[in-house]
Design a protein around this ligand. Structure first.
Ligand code: FAD
Length: 360
């Protein structure tokens, strides 16, 4: 039987935010002085995901990009556990507690197997850096944004190392258009990264620095990094109150106010929703949700509910410290211009400011 938690709180409404990633952290921070907010996350920190590949080649970056929840969310309750169930009465966590809510925000984008504490996460980046530094040849498995950005970081910071990138699909960055894929392939090839498309590495057969693809190619590498896409963090929702609101790809279907279809007091934001998986959208969803919760909590006396309209696919992928590839609604460009927008600071300062923190 789950223990009932957090039922105190005077006249303020109870908002439970599940997931302290890009979207959930912003909601928790923005509502902490308006409602009794509980933030549920299996780790004690928020992480700027798009800085993670830079942190692997420059571990000090993680000091700015891995942020304790308590640093931006000081006036609420942080629960370090995973949510495992949602019922009419509240959210149940893995450690057996129940958190009742008036309003619920689901923001469980992707569940990664990362350490629980910030200190351990920063140490993990240091280990990855040492692994890169001590290897002459590196195999990267996966040609989505993570694999491509990691290849770019290593190629620029360690040009003497042999980097091989193996991707199962027929083109890199399949989540955006073919033009961006071509420009990325050209850039990586010019930086002497060997790119193998349409191939999968058989990790089971790897031994003594020799890797084989299922097509019989062999790759010599001192180490490898697995950069394959992670499934959305929604499997735990199937047997819950929200199970009927998942689409056939396991994403929560939301209306234009960011409310989960069929549930007036439940919102979903970020990668868990049926929209493109991008952090700027998770932020946009969070901002609409915060506005709407404020309206609803004031008894609906304020303005009408805010709406979010899905836009065209936009993406920026960094290629090392100065260059990048960008897909905007009407054009795709690569080189220094997208590099200037993203690749220098990787939006770390901007994201920290959104959470009310100093940019450095
Ligand atoms: C390499 C890389 C580069 C990227 N570059 C960009 C970019 O330049 N621009 C851009 O806009 N986007 C970029 N993205 C995409 C962006 O990171 C995601 O869209 C964004 O993180 C989604 O935010 P979110 O809040 O939905 O989920 P996440 O940030 O994934 O957060 C999910 C949170 O939920 C928690 N969680 C999971 N399961 C549970 C559970 N059961 N109970 C409680 N908590 C749970 C997790 O611990 C995590 O804290 C990039 C992604 C990657 C990997």
């Amino acid at each position: 039987m789950a223990g009932m938690e957090g039922s105190e709180g005077g006249g303020r409404k109870k908002v439970v935010v599940v997931g302290g990633g890009i979207g959930g952290s912003l909601v928790a921070k923005s509502l902490q002085f308006t409602a009794d907010v509980v933030l549920i996350d299996p780790k004690e920190y928020f992480e700027i995901t798009w800085a993670s590949l830079r942190a692997m080649v420059e571990p000090s970056v993680a000091e700015r990009s891995v942020i304790e929840h308590v640093d931006y969310f000081s006036n609420g309750r942080i629960v370090t556990s995973a949510a495992v169930d949602i019922a009419e009465r509240g959210v149940v966590t893995e450690d057996g507690n129940l958190f009742p809510y008036d309003y619920l925000v689901v923001a469980t984008g992707h569940r990664d197997s990362v350490p629980r504490s910030r200190r351990e996460r920063i140490a993990q980046y240091q280990d990855e850096f040492e692994k890169i530094k001590s290897s002459n040849s590196i195999l990267i498995i996966g040609g989505g944004p993570t694999g491509v950005e990691l290849a770019g970081e290593i190629a620029v910071d360690f040009p003497e190392k042999k980097v091989t990138l193996v991707h199962r699909g027929s083109r890199l960055l399949e989540f955006i258009g073919p033009k961006a894929s071509r420009k990325t392939l050209d850039w990586l090839t010019a930086k002497k990264v060997e790119v193998l498309l349409g191939q999968s590495v058989d990790l089971g057969s790897a031994s003594d620095g020799l890797y084989r693809t299922f097509d019989g190619e062999t790759i010599r590498a001192d180490c490898h990094f697995l950069c394959i896409g992670k499934p959305v963090g929604s499997s735990w929702l199937k047997e819950t109150l929200l199970g009927g609101s998942l689409d056939d790809r396991g994403r929560l279907m939301v209306d234009e106010n960011m409310r989960v279809k069929g549930h007036k007091n439940v919102f979903a934001i970020g990668d868990i929703t049926d929209e493109l998986k991008q952090g700027y959208l998770a932020h946009a969803h969070a901002e609409v949700t915060v506005k709407n919760l404020k309206v609803l909590m004031s008894g609906g006396k304020g303005p009408k509910l805010a709406t979010h309209k899905p836009g065209s696919a936009m993406a920026l992928v960094s290629l090392g410290r100065k260059e990048g590839v960008a897909q905007f609604p009407f054009m795709t460009i690569s080189g220094c211009i997208p590099g200037k927008i993203k690749s220098g600071d990787l939006f770390i300062g901007k994201t920290r400011k959104k959470l009310g923190l100093k940019s450095n």
